[in-house]
Ligand binder design. Structure first.
Ligand code: GAR
Length: 218
């Protein structure tokens, strides 16, 4: 079994979806062995605990230096001997040393079609730019914020009358679809990384570029 550690900072809906996918056998031979947060009030911790998954908190505020926090975090993660570390709304900038330590086994989900809109407020910025397509990206993590080889993306249309909340909800539904799929590919050993590009062995075309079913939403 591939061992997965998930890092969260807040509500943890992507984490919850991964737990659900794991229980439904959708992650292949992978199991979630721990959920860790950088703040004790992260709501997702309660969801993980209710699913009997070990949880832990490494308060970033207890570490004035970013390097020290990352070291403490890595020590806690490594105690669970993970094959894959999954960032699921983990809102901390990670040091280069941390990222290098987990090279090739650290993934993130971001609510935009990267490399567009790294950072915060992606839905507001997408609306302000008037893009017609928005979405989410699962990628391997590099030391640059919200950057790295792309594993999967899902696109959603930006519709007339969208506000931040409506657009965010449409993107989040796709996040919940694409993250379990990407984790499954990793667990099945189907991802290879060469020259900054990820290849997915045996993926169908419709899996590799994921677009939503249109459901008549206006
Ligand atoms: C998600 O939309 C995720 O893509 C985003 O934070 C949200 C967390 O929600 N992550 C980033 O912006 C990373 N740069 P969740 O806690 O309900 O999964």
């Amino acid at each position: 079994m591939k061992r997965i550690v998930i890092l969260i900072s807040g509500r943890g809906s992507n984490m919850a979806r991964l737990i659900e996918a794991s229980l439904a056998g959708e992650l292949g031979q992978a199991g979630i062995v721990a959920v860790l947060a950088n703040r004790a009030d992260a709501a997702g911790l309660r969801i993980a605990a209710a699913a009997n998954i070990p949880t832990g908190v490494i308060e970033h505020r207890a570490y004035p230096r970013r390097e020290d926090f990352d070291q403490a975090l890595a020590a806690t993660i490594d105690a669970h001997a993970p094959d894959l570390v999954v960032l699921a709304g983990f809102m901390r900038i990670l040091t280069e040393g941390f990222v290098r330590h987990y090279e090739g086994r650290l993934v993130n989900i971001h609510p935009s079609l990267l490399p567009l809109f790294p950072g915060l407020d992606t839905h507001r910025r997408a609306l302000a730019e008037g893009v017609r397509l928005h979405g989410c990206t699962v990628h391997f993590v590099t030391p640059l914020l919200d950057h790295g080889p792309i594993i999967a993306q899902a696109a959603v249309p930006v519709l007339d009358g969208d506000d931040e909340e409506r657009l965010a909800a449409r993107v989040l539904a796709e996040e919940h679809r694409v993250y379990p799929l990407a984790v499954r590919w990793f667990a099945e050993g189907r991802l290879t990384l060469a020259a900054g590009r990820v290849r997915v062995a045996g993926a169908q075309r419709e899996e590799a570029l994921i677009a939503p079913l249109l459901n008549g939403e206006t």
